[in-house]
Design a protein around this ligand. Sequence first.
Ligand SMILES: N[C@@H](CCC(=O)N[C@@H](CS)C(=O)NCC(=O)O)C(=O)O
Length: 204
Amino acid sequence: MEGLVLHEDPKSGNCYKVRLTAAHLRLPLERRFYDIMKGETRTPEFLATVNANGRIPVLQVGGRFIPESNAACHYLAAGSDLIPEDPFDHADMLRWMFWEQYNHEPNVATLRFWLAYIGEDDLSETQRLLLPSKREAGEAALGLMDGHLAERSFFVADRFGLADIALYAYTHVAYMGGFDLAAYPAITGWMDRVASVPGHIVMD
Ligand SMILES: N[C@@H](CCC(=O)N[C@@H](CS)C(=O)NCC(=O)O)C(=O)O
């Protein structure tokens, strides 16, 4: 694989997904750090050269750039056993990764960011108004995961793969957004299984 550089902020679960995928595949990643709290992904240079969308993670492959965490994970894992060969299972894996971005991350990760990094006292009026609906939608997402995992060891085809990585990243730190994972026993059992797969690394 061409030289891989991860443009990232270690606070970000989306960035951790890419690092976790690379760790499982034993792929070396050069890390380039930005502080999102200081707007370092919004500079004219970053927008012009790394990601016009002003966000990390971005995986740089040689001279090309892949923004969007799940796209970067998918690129790294192509052809590996983190992606099912069976087309139905592959689509099912993508289903969970799209679901993560639409139903889970905007609620579970956003509350973590607002409460643990911005701080409740410094939220904008709009953010404050959105807190109850984000909480309700986050609990709904965790409830759906818990129901799915009550019957299975991992998200897709009963084996560890990219859908688990994508969903683990923000679920295991959901407590920082005020979510009580003790209410979701199937999730806590699954998190233990994910963390014990050889190659696992912790979020730094
Ligand atoms: N859908 C994107 C979300 C990327 C995203 O929201 N990144 C955040 C950190 S987790 C960021 O860069 N925020 C800084 C900003 O918006 O200025 C992905 O999965 O990579």
